[in-house]
Design a protein around this ligand. Structure first.
Ligand SMILES: Nc1nc2c(ncn2[C@@H]2O[C@H](COP(=O)(O)OP(=O)(O)OP(=O)(O)O)[C@@H](O)[C@H]2O)c(=O)[nH]1
Ligand SMILES: [Zn+2]
Length: 346
């Protein structure tokens, strides 16, 4: 038995649910086409109906972890049939590896994504920019969580460095191992709110999860001496209820993300660069040799770092290439890219 409120059911979903015959539930895990659905009535393994299956056209038409689904109990059995998925508030997805570029759904209806990075190891601002873009694409709100502050001497400097690339995005430093600073994360985990964690292996996601969930649900492993990386311990995606309210979704695939698309996401992530560009003398300024270029000026003044500007250009090119690839396939996309490089427009 679950309380729907605690699972995150709110007016956004209530308004969509006109069904009097179907039950409502939230998908907690997915394996081999079987969805585990949590509902006010209990937990049911479910499959999508034949009709649903035939109507679905693309990956995002199917349910994924975090989705609210309308389902029906099979008479006399402890199983269910899914008939519909409610419209999502947010969706984290990535490109499947390989030529086909299919979208792979990671998790739905996440309110807050904790972007987890360790303060002591492999502290990489450029990677954080990528993560941030991914979250902006999904529709969820990003929050930076910098772990292992007990192992770092310049916590304040690092926080500032992150704040510089993430406008208005909260940045919190914690020591998850000794439970120091964890309480600042509680407000994101209120009743009905869904949180998810993204970050590289070994940064402390499972440790943080354990602390937040208050239970050793996720297993962590000690790092081997002389090796900065924790071994990969999480094997399946899952949705957890936090005892004091809130929902946490952990899916291993979300730990390493691949950009999906996202001109808008580039713009949001690099609001400072975009704002500068509007101040260039020429509207079509390439920020190269033009007079009155605000970006060149800002780099000279030290208001914008060369690295950040390069990162912006790189991510812009990357998303441009992804879009071309999606439109024309990788062969033609590569040809267009080579041509543009020759013309100097890439
Ligand atoms: N000192 C310190 N150690 C931490 C902290 N957070 C995590 N650790 C340690 O870092 C190692 C890796 O932590 P995990 O929680 O397994 O990391 P993870 O991100 O879940 O790793 P994967 O499961 O590989 O994705 C473990 O030995 C933890 O005890 C922290 O805030 N301070
Ligand atoms: Zn310019």
């Amino acid at each position: 038995m679950y309380s729907l409120d605690q699972l995150g059911y709110d007016s956004y979903f209530q308004d969509q649910n006109q069904s009097e015959t179907h039950l409502i539930g939230r998908v907690s895990t997915l394996a081999n086409g079987i969805y585990k659905v949590l509902s006010a009535d209990g937990e049911y393994p479910c499959q999508v109906s034949g009709r649903f299956y035939h109507r679905a056209i693309e990956a995002r038409d199917f349910p994924c972890v975090g989705d609210w689904v309308l389902f029906e109990r099979m008479p006399g059995e402890n199983k269910g049939i899914i008939h519909g998925v409610l419209e999502r508030k947010s969706l984290l997805s990535r490109r499947a590896p390989g030529e086909k570029q299919e979208e792979q759904l990671m998790a739905a209806n996440i309110d807050t994504v904790f972007l987890v990075n360790a303060l002591n190891q492999d502290f990489n601002i450029r990677r954080m920019e990528r993560y941030l873009m991914q979250v902006y694409e999904s529709g969820a709100s990003p929050v930076f969580v910098l772990t292992k502050k007990d192992l770092c001497d310049d916590v304040e400097e690092k926080i500032e460095a992150v704040e510089e690339i993430a406008f208005g995005v909260p940045v919190h430093a914690v020591d998850a191992l000794h439970r120091d600073g964890i309480e600042v994360l509680q407000p994101y985990m209120q009743q009905g709110r869904t949180v998810s964690l993204i970050g590289s292996s070994g940064v402390g996601k499972s440790t943080l999860m354990n602390q937040l969930i208050g239970d050793q649900v996720q297993k962590t492993q000690d790092i081997r001496s002389g090796d900065d990386k924790g071994r990969h311990t999480t094997t399946h995606r899952e949705l957890f209820l936090v005892p004091d309210g809130g929902v946490v979704i952990d899916t291993p695939g979300m730990r390493e993300l691949q950009l999906w698309s996202g001109d808008d996401a580039v713009d949001q992530t690099f609001q400072d660069v975009e704002a500068l560009a509007t101040q260039c003398k020429f509207r079509d300024c390439a920020h190269d040799q033009e007079p009155g270029c605000a970006i060149k000026q800002a780099i000279q003044n030290g208001d914008l770092t060369e690295e950040r500007y390069k990162s912006y250009l790189k991510l812009q090119r990357e998303t441009k290439f992804l879009d071309l690839k999606e439109k024309y396939g990788s062969h033609r996309a590569a040809r267009i890219q080579v041509k543009e490089i020759h013309k100097g427009t890439w």
